[in-house]
Design a protein around this ligand. Structure first.
Ligand code: ATP
Length: 238
């Protein structure tokens, strides 16, 4: 069998004396949509930030696309195809929608393909097309989330990490964002999805990991996690 796209072994992350991630194993195969769920402070965001090199791990190994990431400089992650859509979106507020999307393609220089991908993003998000000249800082929360995902797609990710895409959005907008996530997955983009909305995340994903206090306590198919009584009680509000 070929190696998984992402392989994480015994990953440990600490902030000073605080051990936020206490030795976790994760694996994501090409084409999978994997959910990472868990309570506030479980270490999910810390895990994602470490995967893209924003935080240096205290121990363990991360292999992406067949190579260890330990020696990669932070700006190399995007060009290697490992891209994070951060919590809070992080769009450039004083740039237009179109300029934000082009920033996502800054690691590429294939002009014709970039134009093609802009059209693809505008096809996924007609709202962004309508607003391509508008300053990103004046978009609604949902539109900014669409822009953040669109910008990530512009870098042609091999693995897209999404941190809480539903955060702060009205239910109808959340449904829309998840529809898009499903469409992107159907196009073959591999994704790791961190979500407070565990039900929606597991209904969308193929597999899931449950994180508690810095450890992975369960790993299973999304369907099995949805059917698991302990998970239903703790995370699904049932
Ligand atoms: P949430 O769903 O609330 O975002 P999370 O699962 O993403 O939670 P993290 O943000 O990764 O959790 O936080 C894990 C632990 O690390 C928490 O105890 C948090 O207080 C701590 N932590 C996070 N960032 C820092 C930091 N910069 N300095 C010190 N401690 C931090």
């Amino acid at each position: 069998m070929s190696e998984a796209l992402l392989q994480v072994k015994d990953l440990k992350v600490a902030y000073g004396g605080i051990h936020a991630v206490k030795g976790i194993d994760l694996e994501i195969n090409q084409g999978e949509l994997v959910a990472l769920i868990g309570a506030n402070g479980a270490g999910k965001t810390t895990t994602l930030k470490t995967l893209v090199g924003m935080i240096k791990p205290a121990g363990g190994e991360i292999r992406f696309d067949g190579q260890p990431t330990a020696r990669l400089a932070p700006y190399h992650y995007v060009s290697r195809g490992l891209v994070l859509v951060p919590e809070g979106r992080g769009v450039f507020p004083r740039l237009s929608v179109a300029e934000n999307l082009l920033m996502g393609a800054h690691v590429r220089n294939d002009k014709a393909d970039i134009a093609h991908d802009m059209e693809r993003v505008y096809h996924l998000f007609p709202r962004l097309k309508e607003r391509q000249a508008q300053l990103a800082g004046t978009l609604s929360g949902g539109e900014q989330q669409m822009l953040a995902i669109g910008r990530a797609i512009m870098s042609r990710p091999k693995l897209l990490l999404l941190d809480e895409p539903s955060m702060g959005l009205a239910p109808i907008i959340v449904q829309k964002i998840f529809e898009i996530i499903r469409m992107i997955a159907a196009e073959g983009v591999t994704m790791l999805l961190v979500e407070q909305n565990a039900k929606l995340a597991l209904e969308t994903a193929n597999r899931g990991y449950v994180m508690e206090s810095g450890r992975i306590t369960l790993a299973d198919s999304a369907a099995s996690l949805l059917a698991n009584e302990a998970i239903q009680k703790a995370y699904l509000g049932e």
